[in-house]
Design a protein around this ligand. Structure first.
Ligand SMILES: N[C@H](CCC[C@H](N)C(=O)O)C(=O)O
Length: 291
């Protein structure tokens, strides 16, 4: 009987944003978009928002690669960073509670505060539109507190014809829309899909719908690039918190409430200072995928 090729994986989630985690420290996995999409498929595969890859690194304790469900490799994933730290600790790949992790967005530092509870130094936010990247040329803009908002013409099929938005990068691109209530399903789906592939975002974009409850508590929904709406988005929570803090509307420490759970974001507000994110990291099951 020929032995089937199988792939051991670990299923995890961070506040409902779910992942398949693979150990590729031996560097032998073929990470083709085809395999990534099969693993992420919720009917023909395991099912996940992102596929997270653990690799060795010359620059840090580990290298961390992230693939969206559509097969595209991206720069950063905050909920995934917490799960990554829990995974390497649980698998005995490190004895350290605080590790350095190389990503396409630079080095981040997760710390296991306690089991299933991780704090991550996500590095600095980038608010310069060219670095998001966002093509701001020709758009009307206005200052709200310390933040520049841009008026974005949209044809979302909803009653929104133009939209004031904030933009930020956590190594991956985010656009943040401030609403006076939690966004409806229809708005998230329609406007999220429209903005995700808007031509002014050359690398596409993650779309955050932010409702500020008070200075230390916000509600956020995120239509993620390459996935669609997720139950939580770590970099989206960082980007939305930084935008709200720059507008002077949010305190330096804020609870970001999402459908799948709550993340705490801390940022001093100083230019180029690091953003910290704290939240859950849960292992759900171990499995074997038949290639
Ligand atoms: N969809 C994101 C990657 C995953 C981000 C999210 N899951 C997080 O926790 O930060 C992007 O294309 O930039």
């Amino acid at each position: 009987m020929a032995t089937l090729n199988t792939l051991k994986f670990t299923k995890m989630h961070g506040a409902g944003n779910d992942f398949v985690v693979l150990d590729n420290c031996a560097g032998q996995l073929d990470l083709s978009p085809g395999l990534i999409k099969r693993l992420a498929d919720r009917h023909f595969g395991v099912g996940a928002d992102q596929i997270l890859i653990v690799e060795s690194s010359d620059l840090a304790d580990f290298k961390y690669r992230i693939f969206n469900a559509d097969g595209q490799e991206v720069q950063q994933c905050g909920n995934g960073a917490r799960c990554f730290a829990q995974y390497v600790f649980d698998k005995g790949l490190t004895q350290k509670n605080q590790i350095t992790v190389e990503t396409l967005a630079g080095i981040i530092q997760p710390e296991l505060i306690k089991h299933n509870w991780v704090k991550v130094n996500m590095g600095p936010a980038q608010l310069n539109p060219g670095k998001v990247p966002f093509i701001a040329e020709g758009l009307s803009s206005r200052k709200v507190g310390g933040l520049t908002q841009y008026k974005l013409p949209v044809d979302s099929g909803s009653d929104l014809e133009e939209l004031w938005v904030g933009v930020a990068s956590m190594g991956n691109p985010h656009v943040v829309i401030l609403l006076d209530q939690t966004a409806s399903d229809d708005l998230v789906q329609r406007l999220g899909a429209t903005l995700e592939s808007h031509p002014r975002f050359p690398e596409r974009v993650n779309v955050g719908f932010l409702h500020i409850v008070d200075r230390s508590r916000v509600h956020l929904r995120v239509y993620e690039r390459g996935v669609g709406e997720t139950l939580a988005c770590g970099t989206g929570a960082c980007a939305a918190a930084v935008v709200g803090m720059k507008m002077g509307l949010i305190a330096e420490r804020v609870d970001v409430v999402k459908a799948g759970g709550t993340l705490t974001i801390e940022w001093s507000g100083q230019q180029d200072s690091d953003v910290f994110m704290t939240g859950p990291a849960q292992t759900v099951f171990e499995g074997e995928f038949y290639l």
